[in-house]
Design a protein around this ligand. Sequence first.
Ligand code: PAF
Length: 280
Amino acid sequence: MLQTIPSIQDFKQKIRSFKYNHLTIGFVPTMGALHEGHLSLVRQAKREHNKVVVSIFVNPLQFGVNEDFQKYPRTFERDCELLSKEGVDIVFCPDREEMYPPGFCTAVIINNLEDKLCGKSRPGHFRGVAVAVLKLLNLAQPDNAYFGQKDFQQTVVIKRLVSDLHLDVRIKALPTVRTEEGLALSSRNTYLSELEKKDALCLYKALVKARSMADSGIINVKKVIQEMENIICGYASATIDYISIVNAETLESVTSIEKGDVAVLAVRIGKTRLIDNMLL
Ligand code: PAF
């Protein structure tokens, strides 16, 4: 039976009882508005653990002032139905005051990683992610925590955080789930009109192009990015935020492609900012 727990104190007590009974815990932190991408994480967590905990918390600290915190989709009832069908044990769903009571002022800074790529157009975003994830990991005490590869920079930042602070948890980044046509699933896809959904395929098309160029032995990053730009510029509603090919750990841009580098991009489709990436 799925149990929803909004209180930190109750959640801690539940986790303590799991630990006391030597049960392993798989944890999937989310902001709700769940889709098949989230559910793939939940299923993997379920296969690998005695207990599965999902958090649903739309974290205000990771949204910029002009971003979509207010309008971010909130579908709590439906999320719980989906999670219940998947056999999830606990949904931890604190409200803002529970997570950040008056006086809260601790920050987590991820030097070198937080200002690159998405961090440039979303200043403060990764600090917000880092502090929320650190709190959630500390509360859930999981054996493994699951994240989607779609938020590639987020997975790099979190792995760094866990390693730097010696947290006792393994971070698993699982493959991006896509529509049949290739659009990476994202809760923000709900903002797209039907026409924009078609245009949004340009991210995937550009990435596939990058991979096929890399596969055919082209290592000149300028050339590859030029081709990716050409593809995206063919779509009326698309504006490029960034396109880069980076080292998978440092997120530094590379000038010639090596195996294991990652093509990353952020593109606005109309007003909606979408991100995607592909391993080369
Ligand atoms: O990927 C997300 O949904 C969020 O960034 C996360 C990891 C739940 C932190 O708020």
